[in-house]
Design a protein around this ligand. Structure first.
Ligand code: B12
Length: 133
């Protein structure tokens, strides 16, 4: 193969590689409280290509002193978000950290999976909302 043809072939191959696996998917994390009036906090983080929300929260915790979270491991459903920024959910008070997602078009959904299964999409806002049940 002549050099220009080889170059074209290489460029074609590169363009066919799906979203390079090193690309990060950026998203916002909003910490909110529906139980007690508290100022919301906003953070930016990212996951790897099709990475799970838990990975993005760990990345955020490692990069920001201002954000921390804990989770417990449920034998059936995996990681359960237990506390955010030092505030724990409590069975006694019937409080928990609800997971909501605001889509870029403004629609807010309540995912039917937890932080171990949800895959954040570009420019979403993940709302960690302290709430009652
Ligand atoms: C009650 C309930 C809750 C209560 C549990 C509180 C309590 N102490 O009772 C609360 C309101 C906290 C809750 C929260 C959520 N839940 Co819920 N919950 C249920 C429900 C209706 C019953 C569970 C139960 O009592 N089982 C009987 C007891 C005896 O068994 P158990 O193993 O001890 O139950 C525990 C686990 O189920 C755990 N749990 C409950 N929800 C979830 C969710 C996740 C992701 C994990 C890891 C654990 C977990 O809490 C229970 C009590 O300790 C189930 C649906 C169902 N009918 O089973 C959904 C269910 C388990 N929840 C679900 C979801 C998605 C959530 C949320 C992620 C919703 C959201 N978007 O915020 C959050 C969790 C967020 C977080 N902090 O990580 C899904 C899980 C599906 C999945 N594969 O991930 C289910 C199956 C409902 C559904 N949508 O299909 N939930």
């Amino acid at each position: 193969m002549k050099t220009p043809a080889l170059l074209s072939a290489v460029l074609l191959l590169v363009s066919l590689i799906p979203a390079a696996s090193s690309d990060l998917t950026p998203f916002t994390v909003l910490v909110a409280n529906s139980v007690k009036v508290t100022p919301c906090k906003n953070y930016t983080t990212a996951v790897v290509f099709r990475g799970i929300l838990l990975g993005g929260l760990k990345r955020l915790q490692n990069s920001t002193k201002d954000f921390m979270f804990t989770y417990t491991e449920d034998p059936n459903y995996g990681p359960f978000l237990q506390s955010v920024n030092g505030l724990p959910g409590s069975q006694g008070n019937r409080t928990y950290w609800e997971l909501l997602v605001k889509k870029p078009d403004g629609q807010v959904i309540r995912p039917d999976v937890g932080i171990g299964c949800y895959l954040p999409n570009k420019y979403e806002t993940i709302i960690l909302n302290y709430n009652k049940y």
